[in-house]
Write a protein that binds this ligand. Structure first.
Ligand SMILES: C[S@@+](CC[C@H](N)C(=O)[O-])C[C@H]1O[C@@H](n2cnc3c(N)ncnc32)[C@H](O)[C@@H]1O
Length: 235
């Protein structure tokens, strides 16, 4: 049984935090946004972002903190591959309640030990996009996919103009990584139309062998086949 811990309002939506046996769940207007019982694909998203970070001092934007699994996995992978303090990470989370709960309930240990190179900021991820930006990596997990939105305002991120804005916010060899609950071919076509090279990774779900989530990698320059093979990406 989930225990209700707290609720808040976020841009007109009601947001609730629940806990069960040390795991947390966030609901928005009663709809499950993130459940700590299932985080394999959030882990894989952070891991893949860390594996694809090739710049000496990568600048990484993470859209959506949620329960922080993606951030934790990104930091762990960077720690193994490069010194994490060489990377500068900005996590844009639009809900002040989620940011507060992260430090008080969800993962106080990680929150207390984040290096100054990791900034958790209360803002819409879109505020960090623009032609004056040069992110090496943008990691987007603000919805359950380009068509399953946590808020209607996010739709613009996945439309042609939003994708072009993401492209222009990336360094020339940068990547945009997205989590999605299901294949979205019209989205892939739009991404290709604005010049992205699109690869994907299927994430089998533990205990649900008939289902898989997907990670999309949208790259300004096509990845070499050696890099694709190294991180298990398919065209
Ligand atoms: C599915 S959860 C993220 C899960 C996260 N990857 C994890 O490991 O737990 C989505 C998060 O994105 C936030 N969010 C939704 N739209 C946003 C936006 N436009 N900008 C910033 N954060 C946003 C939500 O408040 C929520 O915390």
């Amino acid at each position: 049984m989930w225990t209700h811990i707290d609720s808040a309002s976020s841009e007109g939506n009601r947001i609730d935090l629940y806990e069960r046996n040390g795991l947390f769940m966030i609901r928005v207007d009663g709809w499950e946004l993130m459940n700590g019982a299932y985080h394999a694909s959030e882990d894989q998203l952070g891991h893949l972002a860390g594996e694809l970070s090739s710049a000496l001092h990568p600048e990484i934007l993470v859209g959506g903190l949620g329960l922080g699994y993606t951030l934790a996995s990104l930091l762990e992978t960077l720690n193994k591959r490069i010194c994490p303090t060489r990377a500068r990470i900005t996590v844009a989370e639009r809900s002040s309640a989620v940011l507060r709960w992260f430090g008080t309930h969800i993962n106080p240990r990680l929150a207390a030990t984040l290096s100054p190179a990791v900034r958790l900021v209360e803002s819409d991820v879109a505020a960090h996009l623009g032609i004056d930006r040069r992110w090496d990596m943008i990691v987007l997990d603000v919805d359950n996919g380009p068509a399953a939105l946590s808020t209607m305002g996010n739709a613009a991120l996945y439309e042609t103009n939003g994708l072009a804005r993401c492209r222009d916010s990336l360094a020339p060899s940068g990547h945009l990584l997205l989590w999605t609950g299901f294949e979205d071919l019209p989205f892939v076509e739009r991404a290709r139309a604005v010049g992205f090279s699109v690869t994907r990774k299927s994430i089998p779900l533990p205990n649900r062998p008939d289902q898989a989530h997907l990670l999309y990698v949208l790259s300004r320059e096509p990845l070499s086949s050696a890099d694709r093979d190294r991180v298990g990406l398919e065209v």
